[in-house]
Design a binder for this molecule. Structure first.
Ligand SMILES: [Zn+2]
Length: 59
């Protein structure tokens, strides 16, 4: 099995982990119903995406 030649320093480890933080959810506004929705996803309240209704909602 391949084994690392030398341990990585705490600086290298921390630099690698500098991209690991989870960022807060930044909502975008639906163009149809103006409610907050996730970007690049179908609107959960009106079922539209890209200006047209793709899922017919119950009410
Ligand atoms: Zn909507």
């Amino acid at each position: 099995m391949a084994v690392p030649k030398r341990r990585c320093t705490s600086t290298r480890r921390d630099k690698r982990r500098s991209h690991d933080a989870i960022r807060a959810f930044a909502p975008s506004v639906c163009s149809q119903c103006k409610s907050a929705k996730m970007a690049h996803r179908v609107c959960p309240s009106c079922g539209s995406y890209g200006g047209e209704v793709v899922i017919q909602m119950e009410d």
